[in-house]
Design a binder for this molecule. Structure first.
Ligand code: PLP
Length: 281
C-alpha cells in the first residue's frame, strides 16, 4: 500500500485516529480499474480527483505524472492483472474541530490495490442484475466524490434484504443513480440517462459510454426519467469503473423488457471493453 510517500505492507499501513477522513468524512476518493495489468482512463480519474479536491478547497497532493507512477508501482508490486486501484485523499490529521485546520496541514494520501479476477468476464453481465428503488437521501453535492458512503451502503443492504443486487435512488419521482453507478434506460433506439449537475456523480465510465454510443450512431437523451418510465423501458443498465456496462433486468421485482440483458447494453459493454483495453496505460 502507499501511505504518505511510503510503500508498506498492509499490516504496517496506518493513519491517525485524528484524520479528518475518519472523523468527518473530509476526504475524496477514486477507483481506477486495471485490465491486463494496465490502468483504464487514468486521465479521467485524475481530472475528476482534481475537481473534487478543488470543490472542497484542497490542492492535488502531487502532480498527475507522480500519481500515475504510484498507481503503476502498486499494480506491478501487487501483480494485479485484473482489479482496482483505490485512492483516497483527506484533509489530514488535526485536533478535532469542525473548522478546517491550517492550510499547511499535510494531507493524508492512501492508495491500495484489490485483485478482481474475472472483472471483465463477469458472469453477472450475462445474467443482468436486479435493482430495488429507494429514496435518495444523500447530500446535495453528489458530483463531489467524497467518502460519505453510508447512505449508499444502506442502499446496498436494502437491496440485499430483498434478494436484489443494488438500489436505484429516487428523488422528486426521478431516478438519480445507483448506489455506486450511473443509471440508464433504453426506449426503442434511445438511451436515456440523468443529465449532469450536482445531483449525480459525473461517472468516468458514463462519459466514455455516451461518447461511444454517439459514435455508434445511437441516440442519447441526457434527462431525468421516472421509475414508471424505467419499469416500462425496453432495457436498462448501469455503468461504473468496476462494473463497466452492467445490464439491469429487474426493478422492484418486475422484469424489464423480456427480463434478459438487452441488445444495447450488451453491445455497449463489448464496445466499451474493447476500447478500454486498447487505450489502457
Ligand atoms: N455514481 C456513484 C454514486 C458512484 O459511486 C460511482 C462510482 O463509484 C459512479 C456513479 C460511477 O462512476 P465511474 O464510472 O467514474 O466509476
Amino acid at each position: 500500500m502507499y501511505v504518505n510517500g511510503d510503500y508498506l505492507p498492509e499490516d504496517r499501513a496506518t493513519v491517525s485516529v485524528f484524520d479528518r477522513g475518519f472523523l468527518f468524512a473530509d476526504a475524496v476518493y477514486e477507483v481506477t480499474s486495471v485490465l491486463d495489468g494496465r490502468l483504464l482512463d487514468f486521465a479521467g480519474h485524475a481530472a475528476r480527483l482534481e475537481r473534487s479536491l478543488n470543490e472542497l478547497g484542497m490542492p492535488m497532493p502531487m502532480d498527475r505524472d507522480a500519481l500515475l507512477d504510484v498507481h503503476r508501482r502498486l499494480v506491478d508490486e501487487n501483480g494485479i492483472d485484473e482489479g482496482l486501484v483505490y485512492l483516497q485523499v483527506t484533509r489530514g490529521a488535526a485536533d478535532r474541530d469542525f473548522a478546517y485546520p491550517d492550510a499547511d496541514t499535510p494531507q493524508t494520501v492512501v492508495l491500495f490495490t484489490q485483485a478482481k479476477p474475472g472483472l471483465a468476464d463477469n458472469p453477472k453481465a450475462r445474467e443482468g442484475i436486479a435493482v430495488v428503488t429507494i429514496p435518495d437521501q444523500r447530500w446535495g453535492r453528489r458530483d463531489i466524490k467524497t467518502v460519505q458512503l453510508l447512505y449508499p451502503s444502506m442502499g446496498k443492504m436494502a437491496a440485499k434484504a430483498e434478494g436484489a443486487d443494488d438500489a436505484w435512488m429516487v428523488e422528486d419521482g426521478a431516478v438519480t443513480e445507483g448506489t455506486s453507478n450511473n443509471a440508464y434506460i433504453v426506449r426503442g433506439d434511445t438511451i436515456i440517462t440523468r443529465q449532469l449537475g450536482h445531483k449525480i456523480l459525473h461517472g468516468i465510465t458514463r462519459k466514455a459510454v455516451l461518447r461511444l454510443a454517439r459514435e455508434a450512431q445511437m441516440k442519447v437523451e441526457e434527462r431525468a426519467f421516472t421509475v414508471d418510465e424505467a419499469r416500462g423501458a425496453d432495457e436498462a443498465f448501469v455503468t461504473s469503473a468496476s462494473s463497466f456496462v452492467m445490464p439491469v433486468v429487474r426493478i422492484d421485482g418486475q422484469p424489464i423488457g423480456d427480463g434478459r440483458p438487452g441488445r444495447v447494453a450488451t453491445r455497449l459493454r463489448e464496445i466499451y471493453l474493447d476500447e478500454a483495453r486498447h487505450t489502457a496505460i
